[in-house]
Ligand binder design. Structure first.
Ligand SMILES: *[C@@H]1O[C@H](CO)[C@@H](O)[C@H](O)[C@H]1NC(C)=O
Ligand SMILES: *[C@@H]1O[C@H](CO)[C@@H](O)[C@H](O)[C@H]1NC(C)=O
Ligand SMILES: *[C@@H]1O[C@H](CO)[C@@H](O)[C@H](O)[C@H]1NC(C)=O
Ligand SMILES: *[C@@H]1O[C@H](CO)[C@@H](O)[C@H](O)[C@H]1NC(C)=O
Ligand SMILES: *[C@@H]1O[C@H](CO)[C@@H](O)[C@H](O)[C@H]1NC(C)=O
Ligand SMILES: *[C@@H]1O[C@H](CO)[C@@H](O)[C@H](O)[C@H]1NC(C)=O
Ligand SMILES: *[C@@H]1O[C@H](CO)[C@@H](O)[C@H](O)[C@H]1NC(C)=O
Ligand SMILES: *[C@@H]1O[C@H](CO)[C@@H](O)[C@H](O)[C@H]1NC(C)=O
Ligand SMILES: *[C@@H]1O[C@H](CO)[C@@H](O)[C@H](O)[C@H]1NC(C)=O
Ligand SMILES: *[C@@H]1O[C@H](CO)[C@@H](O)[C@H](O)[C@H]1NC(C)=O
Length: 228
């Protein structure tokens, strides 16, 4: 075997090792950062919201996800460390409120951490990292969907929007990557409920969200007359 062959072999073995190591430690392909439009959440809730909704997109959760659509959940039994939450609480109450029950924000955070956050290893190793990451994304990196839409002059005025206009607005705030939109039918109209922004497994760059809700799904967003 010549020198080139040797180098080739060594490179291949190295690459394969890296691949195997990566696939065995990372239980997800990408992250979905999902924000919900409060009035639409209250509209679809079986128990009415206890307090009036703000016309804002706030955090639903940060979800490790797979291309094949089967998202890992409840990965470990590590409970949320309430003591070390410390000074994050004030910011979380603003960006990640429990819209259904504002007396129990911590319950909502805890459920999201247990179900989704625990599956974020090695990017997310503990609850503190989970909540810090979300604060960084929403505030520092300006992934605030209300703000992204407002910049394209799409404000929560209860108007009929076209899908194209919403997509264009979000793409302008995400390096031209496609979000995943969730809509719901409310009597004769369709309202926008959730917007998910997707990032690579390292949360270093936006990616196109896979798997839009298909036509026929109750969450499908039509081309026209989406209320926001
Ligand atoms: C929610 O319900 C109210 C009352 O039925 C309605 O006026 C409003 O347009 C609905 N949708 C949103 C997104 O607020
Ligand atoms: C989906 O992909 C993940 C990660 O690659 C894998 O663990 C899981 O078994 C897959 N699920 C299905 C239904 O294919
Ligand atoms: C994950 O845990 C939550 C809370 O205990 C539970 O409601 C849910 O059914 C679990 N999901 C799965 C897929 O095990
Ligand atoms: C979490 O605890 C429950 C009940 O003790 C157990 O059945 C389950 O296997 C545990 N899950 C993990 C991922 O450790
Ligand atoms: C929280 O405290 C840490 C260290 O104690 C500090 O670095 C951080 O800036 C504080 N964050 C806020 C939002 O006050
Ligand atoms: C999580 O833990 C792993 C293994 O100890 C480490 O390599 C990684 O850097 C940690 N991640 C973060 C975000 O601190
Ligand atoms: C998100 O954007 C909306 C609309 O511009 C703004 O009202 C709200 O204060 C922003 N939230 C945060 C935490 O910056
Ligand atoms: C993940 O991001 C960190 C920090 O930007 C970088 O050092 C690392 O090389 C990245 N890893 C991968 C697999 O992209
Ligand atoms: C919605 O718009 C897309 C892109 O312009 C088009 O391909 C599709 O046929 C439209 N769907 C309907 C139901 O009109
Ligand atoms: C939005 O479109 C729906 C369906 O076409 C229609 O019923 C409704 O009256 C429109 N609403 C507004 C505010 O224009």
């Amino acid at each position: 075997m010549g020198m080139t062959g040797m180098i080739y072999m060594v490179t291949m073995v190295f690459s394969l090792t890296v691949l195997v190591l990566c696939s065995s430690t990372v239980g997800y392909d990408y992250f979905q950062f999902t924000q919900q439009y409060q009035p639409a959440v209250c509209n679809s809730s079986t128990t009415p919201c206890k307090d009036p909704a703000d016309k804002l997109f706030t955090v639903h959760g940060l979800w490790p996800s797979n291309w094949n659509g089967s998202h890992p959940v409840n990965c470990t039994n590590k409970t949320m460390n309430s003591l070390t939450m410390g000074n994050l609480t004030a910011q979380l109450e603003i960006i990640w409120p429990n819209v259904l029950n504002r007396n129990d924000h911590a319950g909502f955070w805890n459920r999201q951490w247990n179900k989704h956050g625990t599956c974020g290893v090695p990017k997310i190793n503990d609850s503190l990292q989970y909540f810090r990451t979300v604060i960084k994304m929403y505030i520092t990196q300006k992934q605030n969907v209300s703000e992204i839409l407002a910049k394209a002059n799409i404000k929560p005025e209860g108007k009929n929007r076209t899908l194209v206009d919403i997509l264009k607005a979000i793409r302008s705030g995400t390096n031209n990557k496609a979000p995943k939109l969730k809509c719901q039918k409310k009597s004769s109209m369709t309202e926008l409920v959730e917007v998910s922004l997707c990032s690579d497994h390292n949360i270093t760059q936006f990616i196109n969200c896979p798997r839009p809700f298909p036509q026929g799904s109750p969450h499908f967003c039509p081309n026209n007359s989406i209320q926001y």
